[in-house]
Write a protein of this length. Sequence first.
Length: 170
Amino acid sequence: MIRLKTPVSVETVRTLKAGEKVLLSGTVYTARDQAHIRLQNETHLPFDLEGAAIYYVGPTPERPGFVIGSSGPTSAYRMDGLAVPLIRRGVRIMIGKGDRSPAFIEALKTLDAVYLMATGGAGALLAACIKSKKVVLYEDLGTEAVHALEVEDFPCYVAYDVHGGNLFKD
């Protein structure tokens, strides 16, 4: 098991191998389809993309007494074409569920980033690892706004690494 804290360096990303379990702590940003589209044109962000982790999730509204509602990953393939420009800008970790396109996988290898998989169907369990949330961009998108989540021991698996490792095939 690997413990990671964001922001993550290129050197750290290069040590990760497909199949390893990761417990992620620190700040993780949420972004789904519409946020990815808007992020393409943003030149000045209220947060730093260098070493950042982006989680493909649209968290449900919190229940009384809780920080957040269910927070399970969404299918990641929809973001493939939009994610590569963010990786070029320094994002090192993308978190979602499911397989990715060959072009996305190649970009991970050449741009020093990894794709982590969170367990689908475990949104309530994953929400327990989220200690705080704050909207940082695109509040008009509601639950699909970009949120800064503070996570502690958020469980994932390395699905694709920078060495060509592939959890789906290996």
